[in-house]
Structures are given as C-alpha cells and as structure tokens.
Design a protein around this ligand. Structure first.
Ligand code: SF4
Length: 322
C-alpha cells in the first residue's frame, strides 16, 4: 500500500507488534456507543493530537511507540465463528485511529474491515487519517455496510499545525470526503474539539462548512474542547504559550465536572458554548447542513446522541439495517 500524504510534520513512531489476549469484539459501556461493539487496531496513535484524551490513559504507551494488535483479524474471525449472535455493527476507534500512516497498521485495519464486511457486519469509523485507495475500493463493494465520520475542525493550516501536527492536512481529509462521496458513502463530519475564539469564528466556520457543503456533506456533529487532568501536561508542553494562555483564561477557573462515565473534565462556560453552537448551527442551516451537538460531551445542553444509529433512518443511503 503506497500513497503520499501531506502533513505538517512527520512522526516516526516505532510500531511494536503485540498479541491481543482479551476479546477483539467488546461492547462499549459509555455514551452513545453503549451496547455497540468497538475495536481499536492499536494502543496509542501516531497522530499525537495535542488534545487527545487517550494519550493520558494509564495503559497508553509513551510518545513515539504505538502497539499494533497484529492478531486482531484472526481473533475477530475466531470470535465470530463462536458467537451465537453476530453483531449488527462494529465501531472502529474509541482511543486510536485505524488509518494511521503505517503500512503494518493499515494492513491489519484492512484485514479486520474485510473480515467484518464479509460477515455482513456494518462498520463505522471516525478518522483524521488518510484513507488509502485500497479501502475506497473495498468500501465501494459494500457501501451499504459502511458508515464514515471524518474528524475536521478547521481548514486553517495554523490550527492543524498547532493542534494536530502529525495528522494529514485538512485538504487531505476533504479528499477523503470527496472519494467516499464518489462511491456513494456520504460521511458525517465531526467538528471536535472546537477551540473557543480560534476555530469558532464566523469566518472559520463559514469556510469549513462551505467546503463541506460543496462536497455533499449533510450532517456535522460538534463539541467544544474539554480539558481533562491527564492532558494538561501535554497541552502545556506542546501548545504555543499564547494559545495556552487563551485556554487557561477560558477553562482554568472552571470547576472539574464528571461528564458521562468519563473522568473529570473542565467545560467551556455554558453560555459561551450555547452561543458558539448556535452560530455554527445557523451557518450550517443556511447551507442545508444538519448540525448536531454531541450529547456525551454536553450533558447540560439539549443535544443528540450523534452515534445513535437509531437516528440514522434519515440516512438510508448509508445504513440500510435500521
Ligand atoms: S487521531 Fe484521535 S486517537 Fe489519534 S491522537 Fe488524534 S485524537 Fe487521539
């Protein structure tokens, strides 16, 4: 699998092959994923977004190391053969990205997805990575089983170089959308984490949503940045001091709150979030895009379960199961 991707910086992570001992297909017990089976192809993620919560998990490998569960495809096959009830859908990426730019990771991802699709199981993924052509070709044969979400907060190179320095540039993620749409899969876009006063300006949002509209996107899900105790050190180490100052002003005098089943978080003040979401929603509406607030991260605002597949009856071209 070879392809060229544009990044702000190259991240040379060491991939450590690891045998997964626990079950491959495990049910989630948090937020809108509750009850769905989820898979992570790796432990750790070579995109190293500065705000990534998973980097603070106790079992996360140190920066520069990514553990790859190379036995995952075989494990999935064995488990499916034994299961009395085959899952309807499997979600990729609760704490990693299955399209990290390493041939071994992509190989394992491909085999896992191919196996699940062979069984007629729906797959859903959220990615900031670049989707290689081989996957687009695989998905084109089973498009009714594929649900895609692309993570994209801003088209600004400045934002991506500061917050997502090792993820593909925004234009490559737009290219993902274009290639998925060309095979009949209309991805949702996840605008998360919105950074107050930086990526939620009218100009930024208009630029982003207009580009999405042009490509045929119908729905976006949005959430403002959360600050969690375990990512504060990364933010301080890796962010420009001026941006860090802005975050301190917006978040640091806020109380720690338990949000859903997750660890404690500091949320942007309710009024600022409300105004920001309303601004985004009204621009989206003017473009014919449905903008949903992520319920899991905004329990204090009327919002939706963005991954509740029961709501997807509206999008029969993507999911035919429900
Ligand atoms: S792509 Fe996702 S899992 Fe990977 S570092 Fe970024 S936020 Fe974390």
């Amino acid at each position: 699998m070879s392809f060229s991707i544009s990044y702000n910086f190259d991240m040379n992570a060491t991939i450590v092959q690891k045998e997964k001992k626990s079950p491959a297909l495990k049910k989630c017990n948090f937020g809108c994923l509750s009850g769905f089976h989820a898979i992570n192809v790796t432990n750790g993620c070579m995109h190293y977004c500065v705000y990534c919560y998973a980097r603070g998990y106790p079992n996360a490998p140190p920066k520069g190391i990514v553990e790859l569960y190379s036995n995952l495809p075989d494990l999935i096959r064995r488990e499916l053969r034994r299961k009395r009830k085959i899952p309807d859908i499997v979600i990729f990426n609760t704490s990693s990205d299955c399209f990290q730019p390493h041939p071994e990771i992509l190989k394992v991802t491909y085999r896992c997805m191919e196996e699940l699709l062979k069984w007629g199981i729906h797959i859903s993924f959220l990615t900031k990575g670049y989707i290689p052509d081989s996957f687009i070709s695989l998905f084109s044969k089973k498009k009714h089983l594929v649900r895609a979400q692309i993570g994209l907060v801003s088209l600004s190179k400045e934002y991506s170089s500061k917050f997502e320095p090792f993820s593909p540039l925004p234009e490559k993620r737009l290219e993902n959308i274009e290639r998925l749409v060309s095979i009949g899969i209309i991805p949702d876009v996840r605008i998360d984490p919105i950074v107050p006063f930086l990526t939620d300006t009218e100009e930024n949002i208009k630029e982003l949503l207009s580009a999405l509209k042009e490509l045929g996107v119908k729905r976006v899900t949005m959430s403002y940045l959360h600050i969690r105790p375990l990512i504060i050190d990364n933010l301080k180490k890796e962010l420009d001091p001026k941006i860090m100052k802005l975050l301190e002003t917006c978040y640091f005098n806020r109380p720690w709150q338990k949000v859903g089943t997750s660890t404690l978080s500091k949320l942007l003040p309710l009024e600022l979030r409300r105004r920001g979401y309303e601004r985004i929603r009204s621009i989206a509406k003017s473009l014919g895009i449905d903008a949903t607030i992520c319920h899991c991260k905004n329990p204090d605002i009327k919002s939706s379960f963005c991954l509740s597949y029961r709501e997807d009856r509206k999008y029969p071209e993507q999911l035919s199961l429900f």
